[in-house]
Design a protein around this ligand. Structure first.
Ligand SMILES: NC(=O)c1ccc[n+]([C@@H]2O[C@H](COP(=O)([O-])OP(=O)(O)OC[C@H]3O[C@@H](n4cnc5c(N)ncnc54)[C@H](OP(=O)(O)O)[C@@H]3O)[C@@H](O)[C@H]2O)c1
Length: 290
């Protein structure tokens, strides 16, 4: 089974079919070393975010009055005139207090978001040349449909949690039918997630451990690959763009070295059957108030 090296986005743009995640990579020198290694190895798709302190539209920017301000802040931080793709990070915004850049969790107060008004401001960012195109993250099919119906520029991509245990097939199908590229975050199950929640005084959670899953291991041995490579290749063959994060050069190489083999239909079926569903979701955003 073939896997594309680029995914076509609306408007004739193309997205490299594997990207690099950068969440929890905030140590400047570690990130610099990882980015240099990644660019040498061949990564050309890098996911950053304002809330990762290395830059998408943050939760307190998810309001029509603040899209442009935060887009400009991100360009300034990245020292760029434009980005290729700019996303709304969440479907829910939080209140903004004058001068505040990144709200601490104690300050977070969610507010009602007008997705259409926000999207119109996102479209203006394309018109102004600050981003080539725009997309969304953590939106559901109903929310996406509303944007599609009311937009001049369609969402180019949806970024959501996707891995072998959380396959979100209906959502993926809906996006593909509407020409939206699906980008899968936490494609390895985000094994570092407990370090993140520990920063907020939360107890570690039992996380899905696909890197040691016996079914995946058997397939990995058959292809002389690692569990991580099988999990990433599985997403690619389902036309999903994985964005694994690593700051470890050997893993950066391992994670992109997935274009020289194919999973056969038997492998794909075994991996399909590993679907757990919602219980396997790692990033449940329960840290934020409802
Ligand atoms: N839009 C959103 O709301 C959202 C939410 C979550 C994530 N994201 C994006 O998606 C990216 C990826 O998700 P993620 O960071 O949650 O999790 P992930 O990519 O599933 O896992 C990253 C973790 O796995 C380790 N790792 C990487 N490659 C490995 C390999 N080959 N073998 C074993 N371990 C490996 C990394 O360690 P080392 O770094 O130490 O190598 C890191 O601890 C994020 O960095 C971020 O850019 C977006």
């Amino acid at each position: 089974m073939a896997a594309k090296i680029f995914m076509d986005m609306p408007g004739g743009l193309r997205m490299p079919a594997i990207g690099l995640g950068t969440w929890q990579a905030t140590d400047d020198s570690e990130l610099e070393t990882a980015l240099n290694a990644a660019l040498e190895i061949g990564y050309r798709h890098i996911d950053t975010a304002f809330v990762y302190q290395n830059e998408t539209l943050p939760m307190n920017g998810i309001h029509e009055d603040r899209v442009e301000m935060f887009m400009k802040k991100s360009l300034e931080n990245l020292q760029l005139d434009y980005v290729d793709l700019y996303l709304i990070h969440f479907a829910v915004g939080v209140k903004y207090f004058e001068g505040q850049v990144r709200p601490s969790l104690d300050d977070v107060q969610t507010e009602k978001s007008d997705h259409i008004a926000i999207w119109k401001k996102m479209e203006e960012q394309v018109d102004a040349g600050r981003t080539k195109t725009i997309g969304i993250s953590n939106f559901n099919a109903k929310q996406i449909e509303k944007i599609i119906k009311n937009s001049r520029i369609k969402p180019a991509c949806l970024q959501v949690e996707l891995h072998v245990y959380l396959q979100q097939r209906e959502l993926v199908k809906f996006c593909h039918q509407n020409g939206i590229v699906v980008v899968g975050y936490s494609p390895l199950g985000s094994p570092g997630y407990n370090n993140f929640i520990a920063n907020f005084g939360q107890k570690p959670r039992q996380l899905p451990d696909m890197l040691h899953d016996a079914v995946i291991k058997k397939i990995a041995e058959k292809h002389k690959k690692s569990n991580a490579q099988i999990m990433l290749r599985y997403l690619l063959q389902n036309s999903i763009v994985p964005i694994p994060k690593s700051v470890t050069p050997a893993r950066l190489k391992e994670n992109i070295d997935i274009f020289d083999f194919s999973l056969d239909s038997e492998d794909m079926k075994s991996l399909d059957d590993l679907e757990v569903g919602e219980e396997a979701r790692v990033c449940d955003f329960k840290l934020y108030p409802a």
